[in-house]
Design a protein around this ligand. Structure first.
Ligand SMILES: *Cc1c(COP(=O)(O)O)cnc(C)c1O
Length: 413
């Protein structure tokens, strides 16, 4: 894997141009990662990565990905509308959600998107809201009888997603009677998995299931969607997934199942893997507290990056210009929210920190800004793109109190 490294002077230059906190994304590194993914699946017919919009829903980033040949994986009306505003439709959109409101099906149909059904009851909802397309995708939940407590995600019985395998033949026959001719299969059995076997195991399961269903229903198996879930090394000691080796292992399973002349296409919906390592939350130390413990208050809060508070997730933190110093300070990095889980790090070994130091939270390029919220009236951050020529471009301004108050404008009163 290439060594992606954004040097400290880049953060300094960006922070001299934009007030902290803000997200900084590196366009060249995003492009390089998505090219590596396409290289890994260069053998596969009709390969397409549908970037999971929910991971980083900024149209400027999506444009970068679209220019690399990606489509978009949309899961809500707003995400579909974002795709529409970017001028994409048809096979460039995968619409996949759970408990979908009927009008969202109708919107997806009007864009002629691929639609991925989550449940048998979705068939008639789709039929009545835009109609059954010629190619339809189904999301499968293999259940404990297939993989037991699968090694990647825990008990599939607890997962709210996907069809039970036993319902698939009948569902597909029904879809056939309503006009479907080709089908895709989708499963997402992991989240943030660093296990190189995740995609190959999932692929082999879906390949086998797809062949069986093709045989049983006479519908043509059009594509297998391996979905998202490949992880990134959040901890300094972890190794990135070797995506080229993963692509090779999926190819071996493909050849075993379909042979050299297989026509089934491969799709993916990676989010985190593509942009996660290439985004940073750039913050400043604004408060130092030497209490029962040492607390370093940053000008960002969990409202800007929720993963540590929500999942106890680790994000590596560095202090600009000080990483060469001994990390003898043991401190919590906190935000200003009135909740004690508003901490980016607990008991972290850090170099000495002074007021005004830039503190960088790494690997925040996916499910970072996107999960931001407004608790305590702390508003969402700006987003800045570092372009391949080294220049910076503001791709989203920071929210202001006016944005917060805008939804109160309901007329009258
Ligand atoms: C969230 C999600 C993804 C992307 O997940 P990552 O962990 O970011 O790769 C892809 N597909 C579906 C259906 C999802 O819900």
């Amino acid at each position: 894997m290439p060594n992606f490294n954004v040097p400290d002077d880049v953060f300094e230059a960006a922070a001299s141009q934009y007030p902290t906190p803000f997200y900084l994304y590196d366009e060249a590194d995003i492009r390089e990662t998505v090219r590596l993914l396409y290289q890994a699946f260069a053998w596969a017919r009709g390969f397409k990565e549908y970037f999971a919009v929910k991971a980083l829903p900024n149209p400027e980033i999506l444009k970068v990905l679209l220019s690399e040949g990606c489509g978009l994986d949309c899961s809500s009306e707003t995400e579909l509308l974002m795709g529409r505003r970017l001028g994409i439709r048809g096979e460039d959109i995968m619409f996949s959600a759970n408990a979908m409101p009927p009008h969202e099906f109708a919107l997806a149909r009007s864009l002629n998107a691929y639609i991925n059904l989550d449940d048998p009851s979705d068939i008639m909802t789709l039929h009545d809201n835009g109609g059954i397309p010629e190619t339809i995708s189904l999301r499968v939940n293999p259940g404990p009888e297939v993989m037991g407590d699968n090694q990647f995600m825990g008990n599939p019985r607890e997962s709210k997603f996907g069809w039970m395998p036993k319902d698939l033949p009948e569902g597909l026959m029904k879809l056939k009677n309503l006009g479907a001719r080709r089908f895709g299969l989708h499963a997402m059995l992991a989240s943030n998995s660093l296990d190189a076997n995740y995609y190959p195991v999932q692929a082999d399961y879906l390949f086998g299931l797809g062949l069986e269903l093709q045989e049983q229903t006479g519908l043509e198996l059009a594509f297998i969607n391996l979905s998202g879930g490949i992880g990134i090394p959040y901890h300094p000691g972890e190794e990135a997934v070797d995506i080229l080796a993963v692509g090779q292992a999926v190819k071996e399973a493909y050849l075993r199942r379909f042979g050299e002349n297989g026509t089934v296409e491969i799709k993916t919906e990676l989010g985190r893997f593509v942009t996660g390592p290439h985004g940073f939350l750039v913050t400043r130390a604004v408060h130092l507290k030497d209490g029962h413990k040492v607390f370093i208050g940053l000008d960002a809060a969990a409202a800007n990056l929720m993963r540590p508070a929500m999942y106890g997730a680790y994000h590596h933190a560095t202090v600009v210009g000080k990483e060469h110093l001994p990390h003898t300070l043991i401190a919590d990095l906190t935000g200003a929210l009135c909740e004690n889980n508003d901490k980016f790090a607990v008991d972290r070994a850090l170099p000495p920190i002074e007021l005004g130091d830039l503190v960088i939270l790494h690997d925040a390029g996916a499910h970072g800004w996107a999960m931001g919220y407004q608790y305590n009236g702390r508003l969402r951050s700006a987003e800045v793109l570092r372009q391949p020529d080294g220049g910076f471009r503001l791709i989203r301004r920071a929210e202001t109190p006016e944005d917060y108050f805008a939804s109160l404008d309901v007329g009258g009163v």
